[in-house]
Design a protein around this ligand. Sequence first.
Ligand SMILES: [Zn+2]
Ligand SMILES: [Zn+2]
Length: 620
Amino acid sequence: MKELEDLKKELPADAMLVEACYEGCNVVFYTKNKNFFIKNEQVVRQLVSKLRKRVEIRPASTITTEPDKAKIKIKKIIPTDAGLSELIFQPEFGKVILRAKKPGLVIGRNGETLDKIKKETYWLPVVERVPAIDSKIVDKARELTVGNPSFRKKFLNSVGKKIRLTKSVGNEWVRITALGGYREVGRSCTLLQTKGSKVMLDCGTGYGSKTSYPYLDAPEFNLQDLDAVIISHAHSDHCIFLPYLYEYGYTGPVYCTEPTRDLMILMQLDFLDVIKRDGRKAPYSSQAIKKSIEHCIPLGYGEVSDITDDMRLTLNNAGHILGSASAHLHIGEGLHNIVYTGDIKFGKSELLDSADPNFNRVETLILDSTYGAQRNPMPPKKESNAGFIKSVKDTLDKKGKVIVPAFSIGRSQEAMLVLYDHLEQFNVPVYLDGMIWDATALHTAYPEYLSKSLQKRIFHQGENPFLSEHFKRVGSSTERENVINGESCIVITTSGMLSGGPVLSYLERLGEDSKNKLIFTGYQASGTLGRKIQRGWKEIPINGNKTVRLNLEIGAVEGFGGHSDRAQTINYVGKLGSRPKKIICQHGDDAATFNLASTLHKIYNVDTCAPQNLETVRLV
Ligand SMILES: [Zn+2]
Ligand SMILES: [Zn+2]
């Protein structure tokens, strides 16, 4: 390619390149000059500022030390208390992935340990943090993320080439089509189209007794024409349907953060398990999950990446769950800018920092409207924490059991943190059932995505609440049985909206005893059992034809949720780097989206709408 040939000329004459290529939107040079491989910071810095892209210099396979020998050398260099557990050599990329409990010790002061590894082995070391909690399914997920490097190299090269293939000119237009998650909470899916490209934002399933899927049969949508997919976060209503695209022939990239990628695998594997257990037909195979991970290009917050020939993507923290992101899409050369918020929390929680509204230009905002109709503001976090603890304590004082249904990612860890900080008030075990244990393990692998205050506790005070011995895993039906028959306790369990999962077994066995309590911590979507119980249902069908009479107390904590309340949502719009010209309200029921659309129109005097699924809105 001509562009790459020109770039080569920017490098020193003795760079001894064996290959220059695009990997995704990054430019990568492979060199056989050992000195240039070890020392190239200045050249790279100049190139990066010129190209405004990531540039990497990697070793050619002819200069890397033979893996067995390199392994011995690396083990000698890295201090033993770093907890190095795995070395994965990927000759295709000239990389060695070093997995360790304490990455800081692998990196060394100012990166000196890594430099030493480079100098002594001529491999490019890449450090990954090993979760501090054991989980087989997390191990499996992380194995998938490094699988099939030879395929990945070819794939990343082809993505890079494709982005530069064509540049559309003249008669430009931009539009979005609502494929799911409009005037509802569930199956989020938006198709963004320009003259030159087609990108999907999220691909989830619906809640409710019958799982619903996005409208991929809409005439606007053609799988073969899709250029890229962006996943905002790992909740089922945003990511579970992704492998379906790969099952039916999509071969393009999916962009998301690293924690989202890993959490997504857990959710998708669990989804297949549940479907199989129910004897239903799965919409995709486990092979499709593997394929989607092989096609995943992870991005960090703030990293700018070309994803098609006319779109540039940046992800910002969305404050909703670990790794959750809002996507900023810069279209054309300044033609249009879109922010798709995904689910956002514009307010700090124990777990995460507030959503980041710092986007320079926004013309269209596609906005999470979950609580758009709820006029009462959520109580301050301190107050809701205190309410939660009091509610828990009241039940424990009566020797009852507390059941907290929660999504495995997000609300569970938030509840764990609040409980941890009040452990002195009750001395009972907190059981974690469903995927919560595994999702928590991944929280320990990505502490840099947690709130600054929590990072401070983990890194500077040596106190990681997730590792407390008060948290106990329920890993089998026998263990569950023991919890049910055992002493007074707290159980945090899936599913968060009571649409399945172990929470139903707890309700079945503990629901009739008035000493016990069920505490909701998050939004209950319409059609779910959670919503019905909140509305006052007392006789509930569980496990087929059995009916359980609910005598246990029902409580709810407000302000615990991962979404902004109405006031925070309005505030978020005002805090964006620029005032949007159009706001599209989605991820909320009829009342929430209409209400928010009309309020935002009045406050900010901008064009707002609340389209329904299958509608198309033209933006340019
Ligand atoms: Zn979510
Ligand atoms: Zn959602």
